[in-house]
Design a protein around this ligand. Structure first.
Ligand SMILES: Nc1ncnc2c1ncn2[C@@H]1O[C@H](COP(=O)(O)OP(=O)(O)OP(=O)(O)O)[C@@H](O)[C@H]1O
Ligand SMILES: Nc1nc2c(ncn2[C@@H]2O[C@H](COP(=O)(O)O)[C@@H](O)[C@H]2O)c(=O)[nH]1
Length: 206
């Protein structure tokens, strides 16, 4: 990495598209050296989830206090629960020179874009809506009502994919993992080129 500050990588997309699955494949891969920002949420813990690993689970009161204290770089209310990205971890980790990876929904990504215009925004898209619904049903974590709500949200979110730097279709987990890693690598190369050009220009002007 040539930049002192790490890159902020935002992976977003509708619920059930496979963001968590692709993220796990990325972090299980030996080439990956970025850090994952664990979000806070007020939703109920699912079977198998661990506090502090999957999320930091908070009550609504705790979360709202953190909002008042400006402790999030972004937060959103999604299908009845709050989700947010803790500011301290992200800023400190990037300042230490590490890339930070966020896996968040679309409204939160919009807020990150306003605060971090240099971040890299990747939209993970499903091959189609039928497969998206099948994935949510097969995952078996949500009631039919919640799945309907998430699909309604997905229809709205899919219309916003053109606001992203890249769209990756998750037709296959390993292929999607490779595409995301490639996009991050290309982004680093581009940053390095721009920085070296800038250095040259500054030398010429001095
Ligand atoms: N490429 C794929 N092909 C088939 N199934 C997939 C693929 N990617 C993920 N899945 C499955 O789809 C389901 C949803 O995946 P996952 O939980 O990773 O989605 P998500 O986008 O993180 O959802 P949420 O936003 O609700 O957390 C899981 O059961 C997962 O195993
Ligand atoms: N805006 C944010 N969205 C987040 C964050 N962490 C997770 N998420 C997204 O919420 C939905 C629902 O998640 P689930 O675990 O209940 O299925 C999903 O799209 C997540 O990516 C966050 O910090 N901010």
């Amino acid at each position: 990495m040539t930049s002192e500050k790490g890159l902020l990588i935002v992976l977003s997309g509708p619920s059930g598209v496979g963001k968590g699955t692709v993220r796990k494949a990325i972090f299980d891969h030996p080439d990956t050296d970025f850090k994952y920002s664990i979000s806070m949420t007020t939703r109920q813990m699912r079977e198998g989830e661990v506090d502090g690993i999957d999320y930091f689970f908070k009550t609504r009161e705790e979360f709202e206090l953190l909002i008042d204290q400006d402790k999030f770089i972004e937060y959103a209310e999604y299908v009845g629960n709050y989700y947010g990205t803790p500011v301290e971890y992200v800023e400190q980790t990037m300042a230490d020179g590490h890339d930070v990876f966020l896996e968040i929904e679309v409204e939160g990504a919009k807020q990150v874009r306003e605060k971090f215009p240099d971040a890299l925004f990747i939209f993970l898209a499903p091959p189609n809506l039928t497969q998206l619904e099948e994935r949510l049903v097969n995952r078996g974590t949500d009631s039919p009502d919640i799945i309907r709500h998430r699909i309604d949200e997905a229809k709205r979110e899919l219309k916003l994919m053109n606001l992203y730097d890249y769209v990756v279709v998750n037709d296959d987990v390993d292929a999607a993992r490779q595409r995301v890693q490639c996009i991050v690598e290309a982004s680093h190369m581009r940053r390095a080129r721009v920085e070296s050009k800038l250095r040259m220009l500054l030398e010429v002007n001095n």
